[in-house]
Design a protein around this ligand. Sequence first.
Ligand code: PGA
Length: 227
Amino acid sequence: MKKWVVTNWKMNGSKSLLNEYRNTFKNSKNLIVCPPSIYLDEATDFLRCAQNIHQEPKGAFTGEISAQMLADMNIEYCLVGHSERRQYFFETNEIIRAKAESCLNNSITPIICIGETFEQYQAGKTIEVLQKQLNECASEGNFWIAYEPIWAIGKGCTPTNIEISTVHAYLREKLPNTTLLYGGSVNEDNAQPIFSTPNIDGVLVGGASLNMRAIERIYQVATTLRN
Ligand code: PGA
């Protein structure tokens, strides 16, 4: 089964990073790049993913882009509900659902991000939180889910493999045919055990996607485990 590597550059990167990706990942079939939107049109060598959209198709929303525009540019995927969008831009489950639906209406695959805070994790509420997020953010359609514990994002720590495996078993039971990603401090050292965890179809990589050595290694692991 194909293992996906989805690279979330966040508000980082440059034309030169895109060139390095081009040189390193020629003809890749399982790599998806999510550069800042201004670079999407330059990234046509790859499967492309926007980091965000506005839920409306068009209108007076200065600075925003829509799913309709992504479709116009033949972009395949869009992250929806990343925890940084929830935290810094006050996106609610309701807004996230509207964004996911807008993607689906335009034949863009939304990658819906869900995950618990450290307090919720410590209180043993992970599954409860994920269940609520899934119920409120995801509707019918061909979406992907990225499980990203908020406390693991950019922190250099991850849940244990058993914890990741428990969450993904729960997600798989609820969503048998959905592509399931894990995200949160994936790096070249933990990629192998994470990819080997049952029910994980790929990873969503933030910080390590900006480091060519690290992302190349993660990609190699994904490609080796592919069959
Ligand atoms: P990280 O980010 O890999 O830097 O933890 C992941 C993400 O935010 O998608």
